[in-house]
Design a protein around this ligand. Structure first.
Ligand code: SF4
Ligand code: SF4
Length: 79
């Protein structure tokens, strides 16, 4: 279940003749081919998002909400 998608409007391939395949090369699951993410293979590790120079790969996960939930549990445990 992939929670990440490639925004082709931001991908370098869409605008230039520059060859970029950083996301595909770094993916440990070989889940990216031709700027499409195989939702069955992707484990949502985030490496593709980290290496993309244009921020074209985004996650559907609301990390602020996740962080808030974790902090809430942490504070509750310590108090
Ligand atoms: S999140 Fe990880 S597994 Fe999924 S496509 Fe990106 S690099 Fe591959
Ligand atoms: S790393 Fe980013 S710019 Fe490069 S091919 Fe992947 S999505 Fe496009």
């Amino acid at each position: 279940m992939a929670l990440r998608n490639v925004d082709l409007n931001r991908c370098l391939f869409h605008y230039t003749n520059i060859t970029c395949s950083r996301c595909q090369e770094i993916c440990p699951q070989q889940a990216i081919h031709n700027r499409e993410i195989d939702r069955e293979k992707c484990d949502n590790c985030g490496l593709c998002t980290a290496v993309c120079p244009t921020g074209a790969i985004q996650s559907d996960t609301d990390y602020d909400a996740v962080l808030t939930a974790v902090q809430s549990k942490t504070f509750r445990r310590r108090s």
